[in-house]
Every structure is written in C-alpha cells, then in structure tokens.
Design a protein around this ligand. Structure first.
Ligand code: ZN
Length: 135
C-alpha cells in the first residue's frame, strides 16, 4: 500500500551520462534501456537542435547568395565591363567559403562538447556572414 512518503523515498541519485553531474530521478521512471540525461543536458540538446536548423537555413541562404554572385560575375565578364572588379568577387567568395568551413568546424565542436561558448561563437559567425552577404 503506497503511503505519502513513498514519493520521496522513491527518488534515486543517478549520474548524467552526458555531463556526469548527479541528479535525482523517480525510481519508477528509471528505464534500463534509456540513457540517463539531466535536465540541463536535455535543454542544451534542444538548443543545439534549434541551432542546427537555423544554421542549415543560413548555409542555404549563403550558398544561394554565392551562386548569385557567380552568375553576376559571369554576366559582368561577358559584358566586358572594364570597371568590373573580378578580384572583389573572388575575395568575397573566398571569404564566404572560409566562413562556411569555420561554421562546420564549430558545429562539430558544439556536437562534441557541452560548452555553450561554441554556440555563442557560432551565432556571432553567422550574424557576421549575414551582414556581409547583405552588403
Ligand atoms: Zn547532464
């Protein structure tokens, strides 16, 4: 017969498999097939997923803009415009390609670590890319 103290007595101290911090769970929710993950890590995972979606959107946007740049460059070349700054376009494309590979690097770091500083770095990088591509 369960009594009112049962709820408290049923708590068990477990260790989060991601961050190794100890936390309490209700014994009846314990499931051997499930990984033990604390609330902090669950929140972090959720943020990562949201970030990945926005990153994918940004990557697609930057890719489209790079493509548009290349089309523009081709057009400029075919009109033989002497004022056309080929170097500028090339530098622009190089810069974006570099930012894209940096973003992949950061994404891997975010995956591998529990550190939110990479998420912050990532957001800054993409804010910068967005700024660049709109000029
Ligand atoms: Zn954790």
């Amino acid at each position: 017969m369960p009594d009112s103290n049962n709820f408290k007595l049923d708590l068990k101290l477990v260790v989060c498999s991601r961050c190794n911090n100890a936390f309490m769970v209700q014994r009846k929710t314990l499931d051997d097939t499930k990984e033990l993950v604390c609330d902090n890590c669950i929140r972090l995972e959720k943020r990562k997923r949201e970030l990945q979606i926005s990153v994918m959107e940004n990557v697609l946007k930057v890719e489209n803009e790079m493509e548009a740049s290349i089309v523009k460059m081709k057009n400029e070349l075919s009109t033989n415009n002497s004022k056309f700054n080929k170097q500028f376009f090339l530098e622009n494309i190089k810069k974006r390609a570099k930012a894209l590979s940096k973003s992949v690097e950061l994404l891997e770091k975010i995956e591998d670590s529990k550190d939110e500083k990479y998420i912050k770095e990532y957001i800054e990088l993409f804010e910068e890319m967005k700024k660049d591509s709109s000029t």
